[in-house]
Ligand binder design. Structure first.
Ligand code: 5RP
Length: 290
């Protein structure tokens, strides 16, 4: 029992000062529970509702591809510039320092390698996501892929059940089968399906007409960078995505395969959080790369 002697009389009632109801800046996330919002607010800067996510989960399907051979050497030094790290539990436990002050979007499904057909068919156990303190869980959804569409939608659905139970947001990642046309019509379908099935964030690809993709998706969209292109083009991609309504990027190869990854991630960050135009961001990249 607390000591009741000399107990301070209550008087700081703030009468006349109405309690503020603080809004939540992320699209479609206003009705989520506190834990969900708290995790989302670690990923998306509450000041602008945007995020620079650094993806390095490529090895779960590709092995030690260029730039992620040694994540301790290539990715860990970049963590201080990112808002969130997307990686697998294997890399998290073996390489990422638990003292790193960064929320983790955990790759939470698995199934195949690049040698076979796209077919993720296991998802993480709820306890595992909680154990590694995931700020979000990412699962792939293969809309339009006859073999795996139903399974991957079910994976998303199941992961959302886990997320809702433990307050962990889920990111639906739209995988595009080789036979799919990467146009706005396809991405509207894929992103909307992710959101309708409960994803709190959707990761997809930029395309012409992207503003119709973001406007018809009721939750925040982040874009993947895709295969390595010249730095100027990757900065332009980030700018266009933000301009067309994306809440950020979840970029991998265009950062860690850059000749100057630290300069690149800082320049992408300036596009996202400071509104730099592509030419300004490229100038920044060149200055930092000197
Ligand atoms: C694929 C992923 C990857 O993490 C993502 O696509 C990688 O980013 P980038 O394309 O920028 O290298 O989620 O399912």
């Amino acid at each position: 029992m607390p000591d009741m002697d000399n107990f301070k009389e209550a008087s700081a009632f703030g009468v006349g000062t109405p309690q503020k109801t603080v809004g939540f800046p992320l699209k479609g996330c206003g009705n989520l529970d506190w834990g969900m919002k708290n995790r989302l607010a670690r990923i998306f800067n509450p000041k602008d509702g945007r995020s620079l996510m650094l993806a390095c989960d490529h090895g779960f399907i590709m092995g030690p591809t260029g730039g992620v051979e040694r994540i301790d050497l290539s990715i860990v030094p970049l963590l201080k510039y990112a808002d969130c790290l997307m990686c697998t539990r294997g890399i998290l436990r073996s390489v990422i320092p638990p003292t790193a002050d960064i929320p983790v979007c955990l790759r939470s499904d698995a199934g195949t390698s690049i040698l076979t057909n796209l077919n993720d068919n296991v998802v993480i156990a709820a306890e595992e996501a909680v154990r590694v303190n995931a700020a979000a869980m990412a699962v792939m959804v293969a809309i339009g892929d006859e073999l795996t569409e139903a399974k991957t939608v079910a994976n998303l659905y199941h992961t959302v059940d886990i997320g809702q139970k433990y307050g962990i947001p889920v990111m639906g990642v739209t995988a595009v089968g080789k036979q799919m046309t990467r146009d706005a019509k396809y991405f509207r379908l894929a992103t909307r399906m992710c959101a309708e099935n409960g994803a709190n964030i959707v990761k997809t690809y930029y395309t012409e007409g992207f503003e119709t993709v973001t406007s018809s998706c009721p939750v925040p969209i982040v874009i993947a960078g895709g295969k390595k292109v010249p730095e100027r083009d990757a900065l332009e991609l980030a700018y266009r995505a933000i301009n067309d309504g994306a809440a950020g990027v979840d970029m991998g190869r265009n950062v860690f395969q850059s000749e100057h990854p630290a300069a690149m991630i800082r320049s992408v960050g300036a596009v996202i959080h400071k509104g730099l135009k592509p030419a300004e961001a490229y100038e920044m990249y060149q200055d930092l790369a000197k």
